[in-house]
Design a protein around this ligand. Structure first.
Ligand code: BEZ
Length: 240
């Protein structure tokens, strides 16, 4: 950890929610990959500080464990660190040999920091040479929909990443919001009314409301449990 206080820096901008994800073309363990290769899929772009480090190794195993569930939800994974592709390949091979885990997703070798800089993954207060534990959830239209930043010392929570994907896909499919600690199958929130007409309609509609601005509803069974993996007009109409 760096102990001396740092001046805040403006040199490393962050992407912003609901804006286009910064485009990239990068060398990865699966060859050259561009952001546009993921058009039509959700993408989780995540960075880790360095190869051959213990917390990162546990995270790579954990990302591998949730990869099949993410695939079912039309979500691809893409890792990144400021290491060479040879280092990534050797680390992945080591994880296979020592832990019997095959890393299924590509890892960007961001030696020139082009992607890390575009996505604000380097937090100089933590490390000037490593990327923090960042997660960007990018939708099928290449829009940044969520960002999570964890410090170097804290491994990420995969259940929260799955929950966040489910929450975003549910919000899109049903035009709803999700309350604190929501999980698939639980009641969702009807977004607060923005006009007096909407307010009156809501009061008359018989939703479960604590008051006019805090109304919950249930989403139809199976579709909600699966959190609407790929949203279509048909699933969107399944709301009661
Ligand atoms: C780790 O993955 O164990 C780690 C990497 C960089 C800083 C601290 C921990």
């Amino acid at each position: 950890m760096i102990s001396a206080p740092l001046e805040p820096t403006r040199a490393f901008g962050l992407p912003r929610l609901n804006e286009p994800a910064p485009p990239f073309e990068a060398v990865t363990t699966h060859g050259v990959i561009k952001l546009s290769d993921f058009a039509g899929s959700w993408l989780i772009l995540f960075s880790h500080p360095a190869d051959f480090t213990p917390v990162c190794t546990t995270e790579f195993v954990a990302f591998t464990e949730i990869a099949p569930k993410l695939r079912e939800k039309n979500v691809e994974l893409l890792g990144l660190s400021i290491d060479s592709v040879y280092s990534h390949l050797a680390w992945a091979r080591n994880i296979r040999e020592k832990l019997d885990v095959e890393i299924p997703f590509p890892i960007i070798a961001d030696l020139d920091r082009a992607v890390a800089t575009a996505y604000g993954m380097i937090m100089p207060g933590e490390s000037k040479t490593e990327t923090s534990r960042c997660v960007f959830i990018i939708d099928p239209k290449a829009i940044v929909r969520a960002m999570i930043y964890y410090p170097l010392t804290t491994g990420r929570n995969m259940q929260e990443i799955l929950r966040l994907v489910d929450a975003l896909q549910t919000a899109d499919a049903y035009q709803v919001a999700t309350p604190a600690n929501w999980e698939p199958g639980k009641k969702v929130i009807i977004p607060a009314p923005k006009t007096s007409d909407e307010l009156e309609q809501r009061v008359e509609a018989g939703f479960e409301c604590a008051d006019w601005y805090l109304c919950h509803k249930t989403i139809d069974g199976a579709a909600a449990a699966a959190a609407a993996p790929i949203h279509t007009p048909a699933t969107a109409m399944a709301v009661k």
